[in-house]
Ligand binder design. Structure first.
Ligand code: SAH
Length: 413
């Protein structure tokens, strides 16, 4: 290409196009033209299987012979992919003389027109990339842009419908344990459509940077003891924004239905007649131990685990110890403030004081740290190391596997 080129989209619907050549490249071109609604004539002495099928299905017409002068007459658009430079030359020259656009597959530099790598969005968006002389690179860029749009990692929001619904929807989205890329693809997609994002402290906050400037972000900043918004106030915000016809994403840490009051928020929306959807998230219950290299179950060690909230006192911890066999792994959330009492209560309830315990702080973040001890000494160790929330406490023999499996790095290598 000597000049920079002039991008254009053609409406080929019902228009006559010509494909010269019968091989796989010609087949791909013919398929693309058919998808655009064009009428496709093929001139080639033989056909590959794919083209032969299109002919058999009467989707393209076929002249079974070599290209001949006059074949392009009446064509709007021509692809030549014969594999024979002399024939491609002849087709291109005839097209030039007739003022018809011609793409030649053999030599992009001598072509008068090019077909870009294309991705089509459900909303009618067409992403077309031309990679200069490197079609592979064009396809790679096209794929990256399409994925970026799909997952909202590119800073463009899907366009809001002009006629906004009378009532919007609230999506309760589990954000995973902290790292942005542990949020589900569905969660990312919904974030790309959000008018309002109501976010918790433990949600993956890096994703907020990708939101468009006009997206309202309501920060619930639930630091322990510093509730910026009460649960009732959060429910009110969700309902209020949805009633204004807005799409609301309620971005929560971990999974919305695991000690996250997602159920209460869903019920509040239902009571107000607001549509609500739930998007599960990667819960810290299993993923934060995994970050430290601890599987919550392991064949021959433990075949069950129990989740316990230690937020409102140690009664649930004591109950769990009585209700479950000593081989059941116990996973304590919100367990730092009462760690000493919990460990003592578990020993009183019959768990051996030598039972291994791991405390994993800030899993899947750069500040991840694991403290390992036993029920007898974990409180002492945690105090000495100034262990703080958020942290997950794992009690059970599975903790010993950590040495062999190894801590996971928060980032992909
Ligand atoms: N819905 C969340 C849990 C909310 S309760 C989920 O499914 O994960 C909040 C508790 O989760 C914290 O006190 C802590 O015990 C745990 N937690 C959440 N994210 C964590 C992280 N990245 N590292 C360590 N603990 C975490």
């Amino acid at each position: 290409m000597s000049a920079p080129g002039y991008p254009v989209l053609l409406d080929l619907h019902g228009r006559r196009t010509l494909v010269v050549g019968g091989g796989p490249v010609a087949a791909r071109r013919a398929t693309g033209l058919l998808e655009a609604g064009a009428t496709v004539d093929v001139v080639a002495p033989w056909l590959c299987e794919e083209l032969a099928e299109l002919v058999a299905e009467h989707r393209v017409s076929w002249q079974a012979r070599d290209y001949a002068a006059g074949d392009i007459d009446g064509s709007w658009f021509v692809h030549t992919a014969t594999g024979d430079p002399a024939t491609d030359d002849a087709v291109a020259a005839a097209a030039e003389a007739a003022g018809t656009w011609c793409v030649r597959a053999d030599d992009a530099r001598r072509s008068a027109a090019w077909t870009p790598a294309v991705a089509r969005g459900a909303d009618g968006v067409v992403v077309a990339v031309s990679g200069g002389r490197d079609p592979g690179r064009a396809r790679a860029i096209r794929d990256a842009v399409a994925a970026g749009l799909d997952t909202a990692t590119l800073p463009v929001r899907r366009h809001r419908p002009v006629h906004r619904a009378a009532v919007g929807t609230v999506h309760l989205v589990g954000g995973g344990p902290g790292h942005d890329d542990l949020l589900t693809v569905r969660g990312r997609r919904l974030l790309a459509t959000a008018d309002v994002v109501v976010v918790d402290r433990l949600a993956p906050r890096g994703v907020l940077e990708h939101l468009a400037e006009d997206v309202e972000v309501v920060d619930c900043g639930k630091a322990p003891g510093h509730h910026q918004l009460t649960q009732d106030q959060i429910n009110d915000v969700l309902v209020d924004r949805a009633r204004r016809g807005l799409t609301v994403v309620r971005l929560k840490g971990g999974d919305p239905f695991v000690l996250g009051r997602g159920g209460e928020e869903a019920l509040a929306c239902r009571a107000a007649g607001v549509p609500v959807s739930v998007v599960p998230g990667v819960t810290s219950v299993v993923s934060v131990p995994a970050a430290a290299g601890i599987p919550v179950t392991h064949r021959g060690v433990s075949t069950s685990f129990a989740l316990v909230s230690a937020h409102d006192g140690i009664d649930p911890v004591v109950r769990a110890a009585h209700e479950h066999a000593s081989t059941t792994t116990l996973v304590l959330l919100m367990g730092i403030r009462l760690l000493r009492d919990s460990a003592a209560a578990l020993v009183s309830a019959g768990r051996p004081s030598t039972t291994p315990v791991a405390v994993i702080e800030r899993g899947w973040t750069p500040g991840q740290r694991t403290t390992v001890g036993t029920l007898a000494d974990i409180a002492e160790l945690a105090e000495r190391r100034r262990v703080s929330s958020p942290a997950v406490v794992v009690v059970g023999d599975v903790v010993a596997l950590r040495d062999r499996i190894g801590a996971q790095h928060p980032e992909l290598p």
